[in-house]
Design a protein around this ligand. Structure first.
Ligand code: 5GP
Length: 130
């Protein structure tokens, strides 16, 4: 069965899209720890980043770098934090989080509640920097 992220790639589930190419896709996390929290994924399904072949992992990293630099330009922050967990969704994803301090990478704390208008505006701001 397709993962929830494959359904997002295929447009079966809506998302706040940031960027896409033939192999990779980026979209806002629906439960952000910070404004601009973005997920970057490969289009192929695998549930563990270190199972990816070297070319796919390298491509994913370079795609994430482009997205991270766009987030950094769009959202005021000290730097973009990177996390890979995969405890919830079995489809490889890199979390990119605009950070002011290390506490911003605490995924156990309460998530932000943002309106769809605010999520749309954030996605648009980041897309303009791509
Ligand atoms: P992890 O698997 O790395 O522990 O966390 C999965 C992440 O995916 C969470 O931060 C969660 O908010 C996000 N997520 C889960 N389902 C969806 C969804 O349907 N849409 C979006 N945009 N994000 C999701």
């Amino acid at each position: 069965m397709a993962t929830i992220f494959t359904k997002i790639i295929n447009g079966e589930i809506p998302c706040y899209k940031i960027a896409e190419d033939d192999k990779y896709f980026a979209f806002l996390d629906i439960n952000p720890v910070k404004k601009g929290h973005t997920l970057v994924i490969p289009k192929i399904e695998d549930d563990y980043i270190f199972n990816l072949d070297d070319d796919t992992l390298m491509g994913l990293t370079l795609f994430a770098k482009k997205v991270a630099l766009a987030i950094e330009s769009a959202m005021p922050c000290k730097r973009i934090g990177v996390a890979v967990m995969g405890m919830e969704v079995p489809h490889v994803h890199i979390h990119l989080v605009p950070m002011e301090s290390e506490g911003d990478l605490n995924f156990a704390k309460q998530k932000l509640q943002l309106s769809s208008e605010e999520m749309d505006a954030i996605a648009e701001k980041i897309r303009k920097e791509m």
